[in-house]
Ligand binder design. Structure first.
Ligand code: MN
Ligand code: MN
Length: 507
């Protein structure tokens, strides 16, 4: 790491002064020249790689950080699931002049630089683009984040009663520590398709007047056996049943009258029957609201920062993109937490299809598949996903020289994977260099990271799927504490750094 000049202040106005000696500079400013020892210390400063706390950086303006955080918190409360994120994002996109790409296609109108389009797949995956000055076959600049979060899904035949109480069976989604989801208030979000084909959206537990739900936990007094078990074995997925009722139907002769009472309530409110659960997607998510955290209000505590803390800044960055040199793209994918699978995940052809259509609508000649191939090979992406911040409560999990920290801005992760870099997406040094230069030139705070110490675990993002397309891709995201817990923590200054970093990359 030789070249570590990290220009954090404003660029110099007079280029001649760059060649000045420290002595000349000091004289001009009317200060006595520094002594030799001081000069040597200054020289050493330029030789070592040093990270700075982002709150100390001038370009990170306090009231802009606060304003951006406010918007983010409000968005978090409105969009707790992938469907809700897409719904809110579409509204914002339309308000900012984005047009449905399929409408453009059906009208066969060509796209011009500055034009804004979007596409939504199955209400869970969204892509947005601002057409650049250069044709799409010259490549794009993309920011890709995911909008699904770990949670507890309701099974397709969920309801049963036991000991005069009613429960719903669940199947957890994503990598969770099961005990964290017990004994906290849960809200029910999702969609039900009824027998007649009509669809209803459900959200219970967010309004202060709403009821909430809970997966109960065992009292410590009777937990002797539980305490002796290994953490991974003490809590069983099949036992994560949510408590949803305990009042009987008045008909004392009725069978399962506690469950019947719940079915009657659901039928009254939503017009659904028990069979309708079969064609539903219902998610139990923490009922908490996003909130300032700490005496100094420097952080935000919320459910699902992973990965909305990158997805929201990415969305804001593309909404604020005018007429870029290269076509700017924002990709918001689903199913990342379970391997980016399915036709709404990053492994699907959705992005290729989207870019193919952009190529077709921006080329002056005939569309051919080679335009898309060229576009992919020349495209670059910031994979915007969270990183595990060092937590002083849990020593030994990180190599502190190569770790993400709260408050140091964007975490640049050259490679992911586990053990011997197995399954890693490894960005090329040249691309890392490009991003480092871009961030330094724009005073975007960043630091280099690895996902935990060697052999301590590991992980991946959508980066590897995107890299398979030929795209240069690197993970650049926000450090998080308590990742995948129902209540995660981020620093406000890092959230704003993400917005600024993604914006300079896209514009
Ligand atoms: Mn993630
Ligand atoms: Mn995750």
């Amino acid at each position: 790491m030789a070249e570590t000049k990290r220009k954090r202040g404003r660029p110099r106005k007079n280029p001649e002064t760059v060649a000045d000696t420290p002595v000349k500079q000091a004289k001009r400013r009317g200060r006595p020249p520094k002594n030799k020892a001081q000069g040597a210390a200054d020289a050493a400063k330029n030789l070592v790689y040093k990270t700075e706390n982002a709150w100390d950086i001038k370009s990170m303006v306090e009231n802009r950080i606060e304003k951006f955080s406010k918007g983010y918190k409000a968005f978090l409360d409105k969009a707790k699931t992938e469907r809700e994120f897409v719904r809110e994002a579409e509204e914002l996109a339309i308000r900012n002049g984005f047009v449905d790409l399929d409408k453009v296609l059906s009208e066969k109108t060509p796209l011009n630089p500055g034009d804004k389009v979007y596409r939504i797949i199955k209400k869970k995956l969204m892509m947005l683009a601002v057409i650049g000055e250069k044709p799409c076959e010259d490549g794009t600049r993309m920011v890709g984040a995911h909008i699904d979060s770990p949670r507890v899904d309701i099974k397709q035949n969920p309801l049963y009663e036991s000991t005069d109480m009613v429960f719903m069976k669940t199947h957890y989604y994503g990598g969770i520590k099961k005990y964290q989801w017990l004994a906290i208030p849960l809200a029910l979000h999702g969609t039900i398709m009824k027998a007649d084909g009509s669809v209803i959206d459900v959200s219970i537990g967010e309004d202060p007047d709403d009821p909430v739900f809970v997966i109960t936990d065992l009292l410590p007094h009777l937990a002797k056996d539980q305490f002796e078990k290994k953490l991974g074995e003490a809590f069983k997925g099949e036992d994560m049943n949510v408590l949803v009722g305990s009042r009987p139907d008045p008909d004392k002769e009725a069978k399962d009258r506690f469950k019947l009472n719940i079915l009657k309530i659901l039928n009254q409110k939503y017009g659904i029957t028990e069979e309708d659960f079969v064609s539903s997607e219902l998610e139990m998510v923490p009922a908490f609201k996003a909130q300032d955290l700490g005496f100094d209000r420097s952080m935000i505590g919320a459910y699902g920062h992973d990965d909305r803390v990158c997805a929201y800044p990415a969305l804001m960055a593309i909404l604020d993109t005018g007429k870029p040199e290269y076509t700017a793209v924002c990709v918001l994918t689903d199913k990342e937490e379970i391997g980016s699978v399915g036709n709404t995940g990053a492994q699907s052809r959705a992005l290729e299809n989207f870019l193919a259509d952009l190529c077709a609508l921006t080329t002056k000649g005939e569309y051919s598949d080679r335009l898309l191939r060229s576009c992919l090979a020349k495209s670059k992406m910031l994979s915007a996903d969270v990183n595990a911040a060092v937590d002083p409560n849990f020593e030994g999990t990180h190599d502190k020289l190569n770790a993400a920290y709260l408050g140091k801005g964007l975490a640049i992760l050259k490679f992911s994977g586990s053990r011997g870099k197995s399954g890693a997406s490894d960005a090329h040094a040249e691309f890392v260099g490009e991003i480092r230069r871009l961030f330094n030139e724009n005073q975007i705070p960043w630091h280099t990271t690895e996902l935990g110490a060697v052999d301590k675990g590991g992980g991946g993002t959508i980066a590897m799927m995107i890299a398979n397309l030929g795209v240069d891709v690197i993970d650049v995201g926000v450090p998080v504490l308590s990742m995948h817990a129902p209540y995660e923590v981020v620093s406000k200054v890092d959230v704003y750094a993400a917005y600024r970093g993604y914006h300079v990359f896209l514009k």
